[in-house]
Design a protein around this ligand. Structure first.
Ligand code: 4G3
Length: 256
């Protein structure tokens, strides 16, 4: 898969992508990431990329000329039809389902804004879709672009390897992950749950699913309400206290 990022701070992108799973995806050629700097598309001596907002008010807006020229230059290096995505707090939520859809494409353009954002005409002329990584404001779209690249890269064939399939991840089943433990068996007085040391794999699977369901129900009931439930998950949910019941956390469920 080929990804291009339009950014004023290319080293933020290239620097962060050198490590771990994404770093190896780049080295193996399963993923390639290029950048395009809007400043390279300025014509004035000061290489100006921002200007004051029409209508007044604080902050600056990215000038449309350099931004659209950078989008077009980067788009020309991508397969035809690659979606052009802008990261902004006004976008639709970036979810695991969106990551899966993007990972199935041969190309993707990500546009990282700065200041108060892009001139709206750049969005009209050069952006297909706006995505948000969450309900908070950041100083630039680079960190959200990196989040999208990371989430997409680990879904590409061969990137995780067979033994760490993304199909076993939190969210691939629509539930939060279960708790994990490694040695030592007792750490600062806290023991690993007995069920994980019993060697009964059917019971371990049941415990993990129970933990996932209980956690999701307590922390993210929105994930349960909007979802078709298997009979097994429905049965676990029926045994859980209602959300507003006293005794406040998911840690009591099936402990030990
Ligand atoms: C304004 C994305 C600001 C417009 C970007 C980009 C938060 C998110 C910015 C624009 C951002 C997010 C940069 N802040 N929640 N700031 O995904 O296009």
């Amino acid at each position: 898969m080929k990804i291009e990022v339009v950014t004023l701070f290319a080293p933020m992108i290239s620097g962060a992508l050198r490590f771990g799973v994404v770093g190896r995806a780049l080295e193996s050629g399963r993923l390639s990431v290029g950048t395009e700097d809007p400043r390279a598309h300025t014509r004035d001596a000061h290489r100006t990329v921002d200007d004051r907002p029409y209508g007044g008010g604080p902050g600056m807006v990215l000038k449309p000329g350099p931004m659209l020229a950078a989008i077009r230059a980067a788009t020309a290096r991508l397969p035809p039809g690659s979606p052009r995505v802008c990261l902004s707090a006004q976008g639709e939520p970036f979810t695991q389902a969106v990551a899966r859809a993007l990972a199935g494409l041969p190309g993707l353009l990500l546009v990282a804004g700065r200041y108060e954002g892009l001139d709206e005409r750049v969005i009209e002329l050069g952006i297909d879709r706006e995505l948000s990584i969450g309900d908070y404001v950041l100083s630039g779209g680079e960190v959200p672009a990196l989040a999208v690249i990371d989430a997409v890269a680990r879904l590409l064939p061969g990137v995780l390897g067979d033994e760490r399939s993304s199909e076993l991840d939190s969210f691939s089943q629509g539930l939060l992950d279960w708790p994990h433990y490694t040695r030592p068996e007792i750490f600062e007085g806290l023991a690993v749950p007995k069920v994980l040391r019993c060697g009964n794999h059917a019971e371990i699977e049941r415990w993990r699913l129970g933990q996932s369901v209980a956690r999701t129900w307590r922390r993210r009931p929105d994930l349960i309400r909007g979802r078709v439930l298997s009979g097994e998950v429905q049965q676990i949910l029926n045994g859980l206290p209602s959300l507003d019941a006293a005794g406040g956390d998911d840690r009591g469920w099936m402990k030990q």
